[in-house]
Design a protein around this ligand. Structure first.
Ligand code: FA5
Length: 379
């Protein structure tokens, strides 16, 4: 290792000359001053105080100087570095203050703004429409009744006079849950299997068994059939059922009640018509149609006024109805000599499709808020 050079003249070390140190300090101060934001200041900091900065490099030269020169150069460089660090800290806090003031303005929260800007959800039109229909009858004194969706076969079929070999009891129409063979026959020892109810009519039997006549009930609910999902069918859909059992009820009461319902839902000039049909639990039975609420029948036979809603038929099919079959009354312990009744049931999805020109039933089940939102809230 070589000894320090006694004749070494510190003035000869260029980087340690006073004017050089001053220049380095001044350049650093100017760079800090010129930094417009904290990012630029960080760059200036690295350039002027980092390991590769001119002052750091000059500092490294000091080690090789003789003691006297070392002390002088050390003092010079130390003072310059002190001034640079002080200026850096001052600029840093000035820029931080500026940033804080700017953020306070830019990110200010106006607490006086309205707070309910969250988009409000909407109830599903199936729900609101079912409630609306039920309300029509509640206003007339009917009671809302319910039954289970997993229903005893006896209520879904037997009590309603479906004979054991009725086609609706086959697997292709009904979801059998338990107590039933794959062919739809009861398994050994099971008196009644369990099915997913195929209609809301079993609530008729439940209501008659639970209450003393007279009985007036309305029952909205979910039902299941082994139908494929397409634009007009769903394996899970909704029906609304009505049952009135009292002394002296006739088809005229049924017709008047149906007319009242469509007038309440679609307007005062609405009416219904009945066409003969067959249901095991009503006798006589009918298919009920309502006047097309769009063309009011005017499109029939007029090619210049076609109606998309009723396909220019003038009428829209609603569902089934009839006078309660006396066999059902007997099965439910009601005296058919004293009481008579009427019932009807229809599909909510199909009704909604007509009411709101929904072309594809699947839109109702996809849960897309863009479908439900336009319906808003119905109160
Ligand atoms: C019945 O379900 C009878 N219980 C109605 C009834 C009640 C008759 C009281 C007499 C007395 P039907 O099988 O026709 O009837 O169905 C009634 C309505 O359900 C149909 O008019 C239709 O609007 C609707 N519907 C039937 N299958 C489907 C399905 N797969 N998807 C959507 N709606 C359906």
């Amino acid at each position: 290792m070589s000894a320090p050079n006694k004749s070494y003249d510190p003035v000869e070390v260029e980087a340690l000359k006073p004017e050089q140190i001053e220049r380095m300090r001044d350049e650093a101060l100017a760079a800090f001053e010129a930094a417009g934001d904290l990012e630029a200041l960080q760059e200036a900091k690295v350039a002027h105080t980092g390991g590769g900065s001119p002052l750091a490099l000059a500092n490294r030269e000091i080690g090789a100087l003789p003691p006297q020169a070392k002390a002088e150069a050390g003092k010079r460089v130390g003072q310059a570095r002190g001034a640079v660090n002080k200026a850096l800290a001052a600029r840093q806090s000035a820029l931080e203050e500026e940033r804080d003031a700017r953020v306070l303005v830019e990110e200010a929260v106006d607490v006086t703004l309205p707070y309910d800007r969250e988009p409000a959800g909407a109830r599903h039109p199936l729900t609101t429409f079912m409630e609306r229909v039920a309300d029509v009858f509640v206003a007339m004194g009917y009671e809302v009744a319910e039954g289970p969706e997993a229903e005893a076969e006896w209520f879904n079929f037997d009590a309603l006079n479906f004979l054991p070999d009725h086609p609706a009891r086959q697997m292709q129409d009904t979801f059998f849950v338990e107590g039933t063979t794959p062919e739809g026959k009861p398994t050994e020892g099971d008196e009644s299997g369990v099915v997913l109810r195929t209609h809301t009519s079993p609530v008729q039997a439940r209501a008659l068994l639970e209450r003393e006549a007279p009985v007036y009930i309305v029952c909205p609910g979910r039902v299941y059939r082994t139908d494929e999902l397409d634009a007009t069918h769903s394996p899970v859909f909704h029906q609304i059922e009505l049952l009135a059992v009292d002394e002296g009820l006739t088809m005229a009461d049924l017709k008047g009640t149906l007319d009242h319902m469509v007038q309440s839902l679609f307007g005062p000039d609405m009416k219904t018509r009945l066409r003969p049909n067959y249901f095991p639990f009503t006798e006589p039975s009918a298919e009920m149609d309502m006047l097309c609420y769009v063309c009011k029948g005017a499109s029939v036979g007029d090619p210049d006024r076609p109606c998309r809603t009723c396909s220019s038929e003038g009428w829209i099919e609603l569902g089934g109805c009839g006078m309660v079959n006396p066999r059902v009354l007997v099965a439910c312990g009601v005296d058919p000599e004293k009481y008579s009744g009427f019932a009807f049931g229809f599909g909510i999805e199909r009704m909604l499709m007509f009411r709101h020109n929904v072309e594809d039933m699947r839109d109702m089940f996809e849960g897309d808020v863009r479908f439900t939102r336009p319906f808003g809230m119905e109160i």
